[in-house]
Design a protein around this ligand. Sequence first.
Ligand SMILES: Nc1nc2c(ncn2[C@@H]2O[C@H](COP(=O)(O)OP(=O)(O)OP(=O)(O)O)[C@@H](O)[C@H]2O)c(=O)[nH]1
Ligand SMILES: [Mg+2]
Length: 210
Amino acid sequence: MAAVKNLRSSLIKEFEEITYAKVVLLGSMAVGKTSLVKKFCFDKFKNNQPSTIHVDFATVKVLLPDMNKPIVLQIWDTVGQERFSNMNVSFMRRAAAAIVIYNVTDRESFFRIDEFLSDIERVIPEAEVVIVGNKEDLGDRVISSEEGETLAKSHDYEFMETSALTGHNVDSLFHGIARALYKKNLQAKNDVLKLTGSATQKKKSSCCKS
Ligand SMILES: Nc1nc2c(ncn2[C@@H]2O[C@H](COP(=O)(O)OP(=O)(O)OP(=O)(O)O)[C@@H](O)[C@H]2O)c(=O)[nH]1
Ligand SMILES: [Mg+2]
C-alpha cells in the first residue's frame, strides 16, 4: 500500500515538474507537415505519405543539455486541404507554439502563409512562431532562402529551411521550439515568484503602517 502511495506521489511530482506545451503545425496540403513530425518522432520518411484527413497529435519528451528538466511537446499535425481550413483555428487554441510550413518548390503554399499568420495573430498572439521552408532537398525550388527569411523577419518570427527526406534541420526545428518554450516557462515562473514577493512585501508594509 505504501509502495502504491509512493509511486502515486512520485508520478504526481513528475507531472507537476514537467512542462507540457502544445505545438501546432500549419501549412498547405503536401508541404510536409506529417513527414516532419514522423521524421522527428520516429526517424522515418515515406515517399508516398498519405494526405492527412484526421487531425492527430504526437507526444514527445525533450530534454536538452541546457535544460534542468524535460519539456513534453504535444505536436498537432493539421489538415492542409483548404476545404478544412476553418477547422484549423480550433486546433490552434491554447498552442504555445506554431510551425508554419511551405514547400520551397511551390509558390502557392508560400502565398498561403499569410492566411495562417493572420489566424495565429488573432487566435494565439503570444505563441512562439517559426516559418519553415520544407523540401529544401529538391533542386527545383522557386522560393529562395532570402524570400523566406524576409517574410519571417517582417513578422519578427524565426525562420528555417528543412528536409523531412534527409532530416536536415528537423531536430534543430523542434529542439529550438522546446528550448524557447522551456525558457519562456522559466521566465514566467520567475515573474510569478517576483510578483508574489512584491505582493507579500506590500502587504507587510501596509500592515506595519496601520
Ligand atoms: N523531397 C521531399 N519530399 C517530401 C518532403 N517532405 C514531404 N515530402 C513528400 O511530400 C508529400 C506530402 O507530404 P506530407 O507530409 O503528407 O504533407 P502534409 O503537409 O502532411 O500534407 P496534408 O496532410 O495533405 O496536409 C509526401 O509524398 C512526402 O513524401 C521533403 O522534405 N522532401
Ligand atoms: Mg499530413
